[in-house]
Design a protein around this ligand. Structure first.
Ligand SMILES: Nc1ncnc2c1ncn2[C@@H]1O[C@H](COP(=O)(O)OP(=O)(O)O)[C@@H](O)[C@H]1O
Ligand SMILES: [Mg+2]
Length: 223
């Protein structure tokens, strides 16, 4: 479904005044419905690869193919179906929510952007999937906990009926008991809705619990 072919990326290092390799010829394929784990130590380039796959950051070379279309040749307007079908769950979900908007308005925003049906039943059903009360809709982002913000960001992604979720250490900022609840929730959502996951983590146990198959990133390469 999503394939990356020979992705390379360099960053500029200010202190040495040189470019250095973050990703070297990384290739991977995510099949429909599978949960692929991407493991590697902190700083090895996992988030960089995620952002490149999401077309949020350009690669220096390589191709990204989604449903037989090369994304690297598409304009922002042509990317719109991809932006709906592939959703991102971040380590810092609060950055997805406008601090000045009530959470209900933030949840509805993507439905309006993509021209999807928007009514309170749809929103409440997404909230019940992530086990949140509709009372949260009237609050602002600073009035909910970290775990609740992450559940909201999952609800927001699910409203768009994605075929793939790219999850970049989605529980690493949460305390242990909340982490376990969110992982459990994600796993059951995937079983019910049969979507694919690219699940990124530095934690081997988390990857083992969540994924069917895993790739290891080391020295800018995937093994
Ligand atoms: N925009 C950037 N410019 C320069 N270096 C960066 C930038 N973003 C990340 N890095 C560096 O690239 C390396 C990989 O970062 P990242 O992809 O965030 O790794 P991971 O997600 O595996 O922890 C790190 O050394 C990080 O400091
Ligand atoms: Mg990261």
């Amino acid at each position: 479904m999503l394939e990356a072919v020979d992705i390379s990326k360099k960053y500029w290092d200010r202190s040495s005044g040189k470019h250095y390799d973050v990703l070297r010829n990384c290739s991977l394929t995510i099949q429909s419905g599978e949960a692929l784990g991407l493991m590697g130590p902190s700083g090895c380039g996992k988030s960089t690869l995620a952002r490149i796959l999401l077309r949020l950051l350009p690669a220096d070379s390589g191709r990204i193919i989604f449903r037989s279309q090369d994304l690297t040749t598409l304009s922002q307007a042509q990317l719109k179906p991809f932006r709906q079908q592939v959703q991102f769950i971040s380590q810092r979900p609060e950055s997805f929510f406008d601090p000045l908007l009530k959470l209900g308005a933030s949840l509805r925003e993507p439905l309006q952007i993509f021209g999807l049906p928007d009514n309170s039943e749809i929103i409440e059903s997404a909230l019940s999937t992530v086990k949140l009360s509709p009372a949260l809709l009237d609050r602002y982002p600073h009035q909910v906990s970290g775990g609740e913000v992450q559940r909201l960001s999952i609800a927001r992604a699910l409203l768009l009926k994605p075929q793939l979720l790219i999850l970049d250490e989605p529980t690493s900022m949460l305390d242990i008991s909340v982490q376990a609840q969110i992982l459990h929730l994600l796993k059951s959502i995937r079983q019910q809705q049969q979507m694919a996951f690219l699940f990124i983590s530095h934690d081997h146990d988390v990857i083992r619990y969540m994924c069917d198959r895993q790739l290891q990133m080391r020295g800018g390469k995937l093994v």
